[in-house]
Design a protein around this ligand. Sequence first.
Ligand SMILES: [Zn+2]
Length: 144
Amino acid sequence: MPPPKARIPAVDGWFTLDAKAPQLLGTRCKACGSYFFPKETSFCRNPSCAGSEFEEVPLSTRGKLWSFTDNRYAPPKPYMAGDPFVPYAVAAVELEREKMVVLGQVAGGVGCDQLHAGQEMELVLDTLYEDDANEYLVWKWRPA
Ligand SMILES: [Zn+2]
């Protein structure tokens, strides 16, 4: 039997690898408190803030479904879409505390017919793609 595949992040530093309670990692401006994901580290994008110092913060793991759609076409490379490509739903979720919208695939084959705006969603880690040695993980949303 081959050894179990290593579970490694598809992108480094964007989320924690705690399988039970994964969290996205963003930054917060030390001057105005605005949150950013992906991490902002050079200058604050709040037009009325001149801040340039940020702290890394774990983000809310839950939020409300703000919008969603079906993705029926494989995204272009370098995105690893899997072969054959399996269509999936994409969710835009407004994080509970940060009030920031974060996009992600919807996990577990949950389709648009099972989603409605305003429903509670939670963050999970799931396989984006795999090769012979590794399973590459990414965050996804699923109904809470
Ligand atoms: Zn700021």
